[in-house]
Design a protein around this ligand. Structure first.
Ligand code: GLU
Length: 421
């Protein structure tokens, strides 16, 4: 039995390793396979100078970790954030491996990041940073090797610079090197909202199981980026009352419900969600503890911890973010009977449509948005029920069940591939 005390819940890599150990011990894997697939396959660290618009030059650190490539090319986003370090990228890369295996994509897992504060960068600085970082990691990425995508603080424009930089490096246009691109250069319809749509589909399945009437539910959403905003929009379209949303600086609450599009308009004007008319300002900590049907953490890691888990009053949590709930918090939420749809399942819609984008690129085909969304729904619903069945059979929570499904698939790939030489 893994000893929780020897892991630090504030460290994403410790979270990842404990989540892995809790599931792996139940699978009775060959010890060498467990050891091999728990840790990253390759880790790439780059140091490069960034020239700011005012002429200053600073040395930045960037990372690309390929956690696993047993089931296909490494796959995962790139984030720009001040707290990015090698250990965080390792954890995020591992989560990608399990996520891709849960939804049964022919991909391994990877993640990249640059330690920086993008809120202080101009658009031209952001472009120079992106191009230089991609040039630095270009020897290890590629359409059959390792395929980046958006993550925290990166978006379709950043993906477009990645296509351009990589294509210049190769000498021909290569759009399948990255997903989450603008439509004009081979992006897929439905990709922008895919993560949030996947969250919606898993919530619909959970509501069915728990006999929750969907349209009269309420939702509280932490984070107002691509995932948080579109989750709010999609749930609002379903008639759900969005009673609170937040961004980095804090949140807003309105018992009668918020209109996500109007809040977005306010954010575009003022730079933050707070002080939105007809709402009460609240802190991010208060937001997480509001009574609601659905709580959607869609920001960053480590938000629901042993400190606040006991005060959560949601019926269902769907993790739009990666790693929002720590393992000690999981135990507390289990005790409270809260139904947690883990990140590796709940937010797998993003990488699923990334896979669809890559398939369209490789085949030089274009699918309709309806086609993309229907296929996404099929994938999410199937994965949800596979995970749920394991949780019943093994009497474990959905997170451990999801890891068991994923680890079993990746371990089997190692078993049949064998060892070189
Ligand atoms: N960054 C997203 C995630 O964490 C998407 C990754 C992808 O599409 O490759 O799942």
């Amino acid at each position: 039995m893994p000893n929780e005390q020897s892991y630090d819940e504030n460290k994403p890599l410790d979270m990842h390793n404990l989540q892995f150990d809790l599931a792996a011990e139940r699978l009775h894997l060959e010890p060498w396979i467990a050891e091999k697939i728990k840790h990253p396959r390759r880790e790439f660290l780059v140091r490069f100078p960034l020239r700011y618009d005012d002429g200053r030059i600073e040395l930045l650190h960037g990372y690309r970790v390929q956690h696993n490539t047993l089931r296909g090319p490494a796959k995962g986003g790139i984030r720009y954030h001040p707290r990015v370090d090698l250990d965080e990228v390792r954890a995020l890369a591992g989560w990608m491996t399990w996520k891709c295996a849960i939804v049964d994509l022919p991909f391994g897992g990877a993640k990249g990041g640059v330690t920086c504060d993008p809120s202080r960068l101009s658009q031209t600085e952001l472009e120079r940073l992106t191009r230089r970082f991609i040039w630095e990691i270009s020897p290890i990425i590629g359409p059959d090797q390792d395929i980046p995508a958006p993550d925290v603080n990166t978006n379709p424009q950043v993906m477009a610079w990645i296509v351009d930089t990589y294509s210049v490096f190769k000498g021909y246009t290569c759009n399948s090197v990255v997903t989450g691109k603008p439509l004009s250069i081979g992006g897929s319809l439905g990709r922008l909202k895919a993560t949030s749509r996947g969250v919606l589909y898993t919530l619909q399945e959970a509501a069915r199981l728990l006999h929750i009437h969907f349209a009269s539910s309420t939702a509280v959403i932490q984070g107002f980026g691509n995932v948080g905003y579109h989750a709010a929009e999609l749930l609002h379209e379903q008639g759900i009352r969005i009673t609170a949303v937040s961004d980095l600086q804090g949140g807003i609450y309105n018992e009668r419900g918020l209109d996500p599009a109007a809040v977005l308009h306010h954010v575009q004007k003022t730079g933050r969600v707070q002080d939105y008319p007809e709402s009460e300002n609240i802190s991010n900590a208060e937001l997480l503890e509001l009574p609601c049907t659905f709580l959607i953490p869609a920001a960053i890691e480590g938000q629901i911890t042993r400190k606040n888990a006991g005060r959560i009053r949601a019926k269902v949590i769907a993790e739009g973010a990666n790693g929002p709930t720590t393992p000690p918090a999981d135990r507390i939420l289990d005790g409270l009977g809260i139904f947690v749809i883990p990140d590796v399942l709940a937010n797998a819609g993003g990488v699923t449509v990334s896979y669809f984008e890559w398939v369209q690129n490789v085949q030089k085909l274009f699918w309709t948005e309806t086609d993309v969304n229907q296929r996404l729904q099929q994938v999410m619903v199937r994965a949800f029920h596979e995970v749920y069945a394991i949780s019943l059979q093994e009497k474990v929570n959905l997170r451990t069940a999801a890891y068991m499904l994923a680890i079993d698939r990746v371990a089997e790939a190692k078993r049949v591939r064998g060892i070189f030489p």
